[in-house]
Write a protein that binds this ligand. Structure first.
Ligand code: NAD
Length: 482
């Protein structure tokens, strides 16, 4: 059975403890590879390597750093098919999704920041004829990057690329649930000629590797994407050490549909925003709020479409809905569905595990699930489920829709469907979220600030926001008049 390795100081290495974690293929429910069960000793090796590499990497000309990152990007493109298949097997997502979204985006992340750093400039502030201030933006040092399982290589590279472009060295930990493409990336980094120690990837559990990275005194910056509870724990440990923190956390995003929307476009997009990646995207719209006059029509059409969405083998090119990432997560989602029933919710479709035939008979599949009849403030409508489960609710006025939308502790994204331009602007300004999509969903321009408010996180990724985060500004004031 394949044993993955850490990537430390430019080499693929076994964990010092020589112990491993089982890695499951969720579409068949079987272990198919082993992940290093690393501990603080492996993290220390990675930190030592990063520390040794930093003096040279931080002063490597931007053009040279960019050239290596572009090489990594093109190697990802060259290995698109292999990486897409690996991502699909590791995560359960349809291979077609990995091929068209996850892996191209991972390549784009490297490409974007390789070129972005070349255009990154800092400010100057002239004080008339008294002085001139300018800002130096230096790399921070060793960046700790910790990522989740839902978009494995996509989110892993979304942190690593800007960190490296800005001149930092990195100690990174991918999710132990989906480590495969991060491992394959380490091979590509070696092939691309990334100097040893610049990027170090330590595999293992959150409580044994992630927590050591978060608490490590020589790692002054943590970029984390994952659950809100984990983010709070990282903040608890890192804040008293005055680390720079970027936390991209959970969501419970509203999808607000007005009767005047472009109906067919809305319906097709709402299918995606509800069930893409089995609903395991932090930006999925899990609370669908529909203007009452459209509610019954929407319900009929949406449920009919959801019932037609067949769950299948993720390796099959035609599959649109694959497996849930793990048994544990599948059970969590099924428990959430039970809670929705206890709270008085009516299951309009789905609501249960799907058992496929043949090799996928033990895989973790859940049918697209639509629930109605729940109050806006029940637990089901307040807590993140992170699966193919949405609730639908009617609303009567714009004020009511806004109140429902803003009622959860989360504030990641919102979607608004209306042809009324004035309303679109008015509502967008009042939604307590970091991102609002109007008449679209998951349309991404990598230059835009990405992140949430309230329990959805602190800080922004994307564009120059990430380069600001991965650099330390220093003001230099030069008097020009005595
Ligand atoms: P998680 O918080 O369980 O794990 C995320 C990462 O943190 C993993 O690598 C894990 O090993 C590590 N970790 C766990 N405990 C740790 C600790 N004590 N210290 C340091 N690291 C630790 O999240 P998950 O289940 O992998 O991912 C799903 C969650 O991620 C959902 O809540 C989802 O909304 C969120 N998410 C948010 C965004 C965003 O951009 N806001 C994007 C994707 C996913």
């Amino acid at each position: 059975m394949q044993k993955l390795q850490n990537y430390i100081n430019g080499q693929l290495t076994d964990p010092i403890g020589k112990t491993y974690i089982d890695n499951y293929d969720p579409s068949v429910g079987k272990v198919y590879s082993l992940i290093p069960d690393s501990d603080e000793r492996d993290v220390q090796l990675a930190v030592d390597a990063a520390k040794a590499a930093f003096p040279a990497w931080s002063v490597t000309p931007k053009d040279d750093r960019a050239a290596i990152l572009l090489k990594i990007s093109s190697l990802i493109d060259k290995n698109l098919d292999r990486l897409a298949k690996a991502e699909s097997k590791d995560n359960g997502k349809p291979v077609s999704l990995a091929r068209t979204v996850d892996i191209p985006r991972a390549s784009a992340n490297f490409h974007f920041y390789a070129t972005g750093i070349l255009h990154y400039a800092s400010e100057a502030h002239a004080m008339e004829d008294t002085a001139i201030n300018y800002t130096l933006r230096n790399p921070v040092g060793i960046a700790g990057c910790i990522s989740p399982w839902n978009l494995p290589l996509y989110l892993f590279s979304w942190k690593i690329a800007p960190a490296l472009a800005a001149g930092n060295c990195v100690v990174a930990k991918p999710s132990e649930i989906t480590p495969m493409t991060a491992f394959l990336l380490s091979e590509l980094c070696i092939e691309a000629g990334l100097p040893p120690g610049v990027l170090n990837i330590v595999h293992g559990y959150g409580h044994k590797v992630g927590s050591v990275i978060a608490a490590h005194p020589e790692i002054p910056l943590i970029s984390f994407t994952g659950g809100t509870k984990t983010g709070a724990e990282i903040a608890r440990v890192a804040a008293p050490m005055f680390k720079k923190l970027s936390l991209e956390l959970g969501g419970k995003n509203p999808n607000i549909i007005f009767a005047d929307c472009d109906y067919n476009h809305m319906l097709a997009t709402t299918m995606r925003s509800s069930f893409a990646n089995q609903g395991q995207i932090c930006l999925c719209g899990s609370r669908i709020l529909v203007e009452r006059s459209l509610y019954e029509k929407f319900k009929t059409d949406f449920v009919a479409k959801a019932m037609k969405m067949t769950v299948g083998n993720p390796a099959d090119e035609k599959t649109k809905m694959g497996a849930i990432v793990s048994k544990q997560h599948m059970e969590k989602i099924l428990n959430c569905i039970e809670l929705a029933k206890e709270e008085g919710g009516k299951i309009l479709c789905g609501g249960e595990r799907v058992v496929l035939q043949g090799e996928n008979k033990d895989g973790y599949f859940i049918a697209p699930t639509v629930i109605e009849g729940l109050p806006y403030d029940c637990r089901t409508n307040m807590e993140e489920i992170f699966g193919p489960v949405v609730t639908i609710m009617p609303f009567d006025t714009e004020e009511q829709a806004l109140a429902y939308a803003n009622s959860t502790p989360y504030g990641l994204s919102a979607t608004v469907w209306t042809e009324n331009l004035t309303r679109a602007h008015r509502l967008s300004g009042k939604l307590h979220t970091g991102i609002v999509w109007v008449n679209c969903w998951l349309l991404r321009d990598l230059r835009t600030p990405f992140g949430g408010v309230k329990s959805s996180g602190v800080g922004r990724e994307g564009g120059f926001e990430a380069l600001h985060f991965f650099t330390e500004p220093k003001n230099i004031c030069i008097q020009i008049k005595n």
